[in-house]
Design a protein around this ligand. Structure first.
Ligand code: C2E
Ligand code: MG
Ligand code: MG
Ligand code: MG
Length: 277
């Protein structure tokens, strides 16, 4: 039954641990071990412009579990977020993403990497200093790095978030508002947040060509983004109709979605990029 959920998630639900709390505890314990044991993997999903040119990728973490196979972040990120584990996991991801970004191909081809930040990680007092240290240690170009945060993270402590975003902007790092449109007061925040990019949530992208309400919402988001000079990434683009809808209204949009490529292991993504089939 649970196997249908596919690979990694399955076994987590087949251990006869009825209690959700117990399962969470087990995930937490195994994940704590996994970070040091080198079981985390970076997968990359391409971002492409309307001409089909790859502009970069989003970094999506996976857990290569010794027994359960490749586990998706939906299973372990929420667990990690309930403890300090998300901080060490986030540090691991950021350090390895920056090491990847330091490879010459990114500079040579002006490719960007986007990394997801969780609230607890971003709120750490030393976050900006830590990132600066990672950039220096790896030699990654901060101008090729984008950090994705969610509205919820910003709302919880607006002034602190703005101060951190300014400090990050001073480093040359771009900030992106992820899953845009799913939170509250989205449009009002755009006026006050020092961000460079928004990612339209895939729920709007999916319905835009077929549902007039979603279509108008997407048009509104695009128009506001244009006004504020923000780069727009559309997430979850799966059909040509969705891509066409967006391109007709925003020729400088960046697509991300299964239509253009699934997340794949970092090594594989780099190989494909440097020796196209
Ligand atoms: P997200 O940042 O919104 O990432 C996009 C998610 O949408 C990814 O799921 C991606 O695989 C999926 N996706 C991409 N294209 C399509 C599409 O065309 N159709 C559909 N249906 N889905 C698509 P994934 O990899 O399972 O990641 C889920 C979430 O886990 C991410 O959502 C992000 O919030 C979180 N996450 C992933 N990696 C990290 C990380 O390193 N740190 C933190 N804090 N969170 C992470
Ligand atoms: Mg994201
Ligand atoms: Mg997203
Ligand atoms: Mg999302």
């Amino acid at each position: 039954r649970a196997k249908q959920a596919g690979g990694g998630q399955a076994a987590f639900f087949e251990q006869g641990m009825g209690e959700a709390a117990e399962q969470r505890f087990r995930v937490e314990r195994e994940l704590r071990h996994a970070i040091g044991a080198g079981e985390l993997r970076l997968h990359l999903q391409s971002q492409v412009d309307v001409s089909g040119q790859v502009t970069g990728a989003e970094v999506l973490v996976r857990w290569q579990h010794p027994r359960d196979g490749l586990v998706a972040p939906g299973v372990f990120i929420p667990v990690a977020e309930e403890s300090d584990l998300i901080v060490s996991l986030g540090e691991w991801v950021l350090a390895h993403a920056c090491a990847l970004l330091a490879q010459p191909v990114f500079r040579e081809r002006r490719l960007r990497l986007s990394v997801n930040l969780s609230a607890r990680q971003f709120r750490q007092a030393g976050f900006v200093g830590q990132l600066r240290a990672v950039l220096a240690a790896t030699g990654a170009d901060p101008r090729l790095l984008t950090l994705e945060v969610t509205e919820g993270l910003v709302i919880d402590d607006f002034d602190d978030a703005v101060a951190k975003m300014r400090a990050l902007a001073a480093l040359g790092v771009d900030m992106s508002l992820d899953d845009f449109g799913t939170g509250y007061s989205s449009l009002a925040y755009l006026k006050r947040l020092p961000i460079q990019e928004i990612k339209i949530d895939r729920s709007f992208v999916h319905e835009a060509p077929t549902n007039a309400d979603d279509g108008v919402l997407v048009e509104g988001i695009l128009s506001v983004a244009r006004h504020f000079g923000l780069r727009v990434v559309a997430e979850g683009v799966e059909t040509q109709a969705q891509a066409d809808f967006l391109r007709q209204r925003a020729p400088d949009i960046v697509y991300q979605g299964y239509l253009f490529g699934r997340p794949e292991p970092d090594v594989q993504w780099l190989e494909r990029l440097t020796q196209p089939a």
